[in-house]
Design a binder for this molecule. Structure first.
Ligand SMILES: CCCCCCCC/C=C\CCCCCCCCCCCCCCCC(=O)SCCNC(=O)CCNC(=O)[C@H](O)C(C)(C)COP(=O)(O)OP(=O)(O)OC[C@H]1O[C@@H](n2cnc3c(N)ncnc32)[C@H](O)[C@@H]1OP(=O)(O)O
Ligand SMILES: Cc1cc2nc3c(=O)[nH]c(=O)nc-3n(C[C@H](O)[C@H](O)[C@H](O)COP(=O)(O)OP(=O)(O)OC[C@H]3O[C@@H](n4cnc5c(N)ncnc54)[C@H](O)[C@@H]3O)c2cc1C
Length: 674
């Protein structure tokens, strides 16, 4: 059944797939990693972090009680944090450990099937200190946080409000007598809720509260607040803190609640980069843009695009490898059962997942570079590019998380019944990624932020004013004719832009009509929000398609011919897939004909067949070690059935030949003695 490859026993179907792959897998790995240097660095980090075996558990997390799971996650977080401070810090070339390294973050996934209770410390607490403190505050807090002498989280959301930050109820009232802020939770709905690590792990947190001074409310501001004793870890007087209970995922992250009873903190604990309260209580606004206190959220939205691309790469690796070893049905009676990867419907489910992982990975790098440019400009006092960036990061966060969650679920469907096993790895990926659609700004809410920007840009285009780069296509929205359909990649991208422009135009027209009919601006906007969300989605798809195409052309300029071909096939597949998903829109806003769409469908199906021989090579190119996949179905060697059985035998239910439930309940019932 199996054959040996590099001292590893490999399933013969997988070995056959690898033999027929016609491109250089390593070259594609370099493209995905952003260059050969990054691949080498990633591999070194993975070797140091994973070869010691410290990431492994004797008993699978899924068989532990919630308390055991949590304690095990803390244990491994401490091991990993220590590695990050020592050997990994040097390897990742960082002066201080971890904060900007997605590789370090991704490697951590080998340690946690769900997430680390330190995720919010590194993902939001530290970034907030870096982004919202004055230099003096930073020099005090940052070294302590980076060295993990203190552990923190980001407590913004309350029981009553998550989306609407301006509606938060926690108050921070300045007392000039003592030069302190008094934090208070006036209602049940004002209790902080959700912050990761808050339940049991952290001793500090960033608290976002309504600032009152001299009797006036100045809106929400961030404060750094100690909630537990630095030595005993006991919650401090005036603090009510706990864990919020079981969730769909994130069950090792001890998400918590927090309430304050007139709890006092020193004045200096307000994070004062963007606004200050002087000793006498005078409020001073420093920032040139009103929303800079939302900066950590923007940072995380950028990071999340990369995060979900990585998780989608994992799910597609699992599902494609499994589909190569799984044989099912007998369409041709004289032949052996085919690999399920040979079914065109299976290819339709899976190849878009591979292409989307590439599209999002490349977009995330581009987004990160744009973010760095915006930050550099803001350092010089210029916030002009922030609105466009907020619109861009909002829609990319919304669409990338939503598409990834959908495609991960599709990967599960592609694995049939076995995909439903926790040991397949896919349920944990789905539970993690489906939360990303909600947190850090819900899908609809963020698309509506992008829509605000689109409508303004449309009005600028109408007035023939200059447009910012990502919406420059709106300048062509007033030609009066429908965009010409052309099925070349550039032609399809132009059509996606025409959809976004057309949908935005419809929204503006409808809102104006509604206002003429007597609705207020707010109500006219509200009545148009279904279409506004659709316009923002179309805009985002145009941005992703354009960026993916441009980046792949750039990155493959010096690639070998077969790599160029397979990367071009994936990009084209992405464009065809989304054109076919949006045929109704194309008929509305472009000159596409019924025949064009029939031809496009045929071209799409032929493309699936062309990609088919390279499918396993493409997921191998993601270069995800088995430790990161945590999957019985997706391991490199394809020993799926052996692993499923090994995992089943580990179930505590199999420890005893007869369950206690037999004598307690089954037997009495069956004997009529219950
Ligand atoms: C050691 C162990 C191992 C551990 C392993 C880790 C290893 C780590 C290694 C390295 C670390 C690297 C980092 C890792 C990172 C990992 C991933 C991170 C995962 C983190 C997990 C996070 C969990 C979730 C956390 C949260 O959810 S926190 C809470 C988030 N909350 C939200 O997002 C709320 C959403 N709501 C809003 O943003 C706003 O309320 C709103 C919807 C935007 C509306 O705001 P508001 O009402 O104030 O404004 P409007 O009136 O609507 O608009 C007024 C104008 O303002 C503009 N605007 C709004 N927002 C912004 C903005 N952010 N920037 C700029 N402009 C903005 C808006 O457009 C309007 O403009 P106008 O011109 O139209 O008027
Ligand atoms: C796993 C997880 C971890 C989290 N970690 C943290 C954390 O560490 N720190 C923290 O502060 N928070 C955290 N959160 C909270 C998270 O940020 C919020 O749940 C999220 O921002 C959504 O807000 P909400 O729950 O208030 O949803 P709501 O705003 O109540 O949304 C409910 C529904 O109403 C819709 N809706 C709301 N407002 C509008 C509108 N204006 N227009 C149209 N539709 C609207 C939404 O689209 C959604 O469908 C976490 C959440 C989860 C799930």
């Amino acid at each position: 059944m199996t054959q040996t490859n590099n001292n590893m026993t490999v399933n013969p179907d997988l070995a056959m797939e690898r033999a027929k792959c016609n491109f250089n897998v390593l070259e594609v790995t370099h493209i995905f990693d952003g260059g050969e240097r990054n691949t080498l660095q990633r591999k070194k980090i993975e070797d140091v972090a994973l070869n010691s075996g410290a990431s492994k558990d004797a008993l699978g997390e899924e068989h532990m009680s919630p308390k055991e799971k949590y304690e095990n996650a803390v244990r491994k977080s401490c091991i990993y944090a220590t590695m990050m401070k020592n050997e990994l810090a040097e390897l990742s070339g960082l002066e201080s450990f971890g904060v900007s390294s997605p590789v370090i973050r991704r490697t951590a996934d080998a340690f946690f099937k769900e997430v680390s209770p330190f995720l919010l410390h590194l993902g939001m607490f530290v970034p907030t200190i870096m982004g919202q403190c004055t230099p003096e505050q930073q020099s005090y807090w940052l070294p302590r946080a980076l060295d993990m002498q203190i552990i923190g989280t980001y407590a913004q959301t309350e029981l009553g409000h998550g989306t609407f930050i301006r509606g938060l109820e926690t108050t921070a009232t300045y007392d000039p007598e003592t030069e302190e802020f008094v934090l208070h939770s006036p209602t049940l709905s004002s209790y902080k809720w959700w912050a990761g690590g808050l339940g049991k792990t952290v001793n500090y947190c960033i608290v976002v509260a309504q600032l009152y001074t001299k009797g006036e409310c100045h809106g929400t501001h961030p404060f750094i607040v100690q909630i537990r004793d630095e030595d005993t870890h006991v919650p401090l007087p005036g603090i009510k803190v706990g864990e919020i209970g079981p969730k769909m995922g994130f069950n090792t992250a001890d998400n918590g609640f927090l309430g304050f009873d007139h709890y006092r903190i020193p004045r200096e604990h307000m994070l004062m980069k963007n606004a200050q309260v002087l000793k006498d209580g005078t409020y001073v606004k420093v920032a040139r843009h009103g929303k800079l206190t939302y900066g950590t959220m923007v940072f995380v939205r950028v990071v999340l695009v990369n995060e979900v691309a990585f998780n989608l790469a994992k799910a597609s690796t699992i599902a494609v490898r499994y589909s190569a070893i799984r044989r099912q049905s007998k369409p041709k009676p004289d032949e052996v059962e085919p690999q399920i990867l040979d079914y065109v419907t299976q290819q339709h489910k899976l190849f878009i997942a591979i292409a989307t992982a590439h599209a999002l990975q490349l977009c995330s790098t581009w987004l990160w570079e744009s973010f760095s440019a915006v930050l550099a400009q803001m350092k010089g006092g210029n916030t002009d590019t922030l609105p466009e960036f907020h619109a861009l990061s909002s829609c990319l966060k919304a669409i990338s998380t939503s598409d990834s969650a959908h495609l991960i679920e599709q990967c599960r469907h592609a694995c049939g019944g076995h995909g439903y096993m926790i040991s397949s790895g896919i349920p944990n990926l789905y539970n993690f990624v489906s939360a990303t659609r909600t947190y850090e700004g819900d899908y609809t809410v963020l698309l509506l932020q992008t829509a605000r920007f689109l409508v303004k840009a449309y009005e600028q285009a109408e007035a023939k004013k200059p447009l910012t780069p990502t919406v420059s296509y709106l300048a062509h929205a007033f030609s009066g004719s429908r965009a010409t359909w052309d099925n070349s990649p550039d032609g399809i991208i132009r059509s996606f832009q025409a959809l976004a422009a057309g949908k935005t135009a419809v929204c503006v027209t409808n809102m104006r009509k509604r206002m003429r009919a007597g609705l207020s601006q707010v109500d006219a906007w509200e009545m148009s929000t279904i279409q506004l969300v659709a316009a923002a989605e179309a805009h985002c798809r145009a941005v992703i398609a354009d960026t993916y195409r441009k980046e792949i052309v750039r990155l493959t300029a010096n690639s070998s011919p077969n790599v160029k071909v397979v990367m071009d096939q994936l990009t084209t597949l992405y464009l065809y897939y989304w054109a076919l998903e949006r045929t109704g829109d194309l008929l509305m806003f472009t000159s596409v004909s019924q025949k064009d769409l029939v031809d496009l469908q045929i071209a799409y199906e032929e493309l699936l067949l062309k990609i088919r021989p390279n499918a396993v090579g493409l997921v191998d190119a993601f270069d995800l070690r088995d430790e990161l996949l945590h999957s019985t179905l997706g391991s490199y060697d394809g020993r799926v059935y052996e692993r499923l059985m090994e995992e089943a035998l580990k179930s505590p239910m199999n420890k005893e030949p007869v369950s206690d439930a037999y004598s307690k309940y089954l037997r009495p019932m069956m004997k009529g003695k219950l």
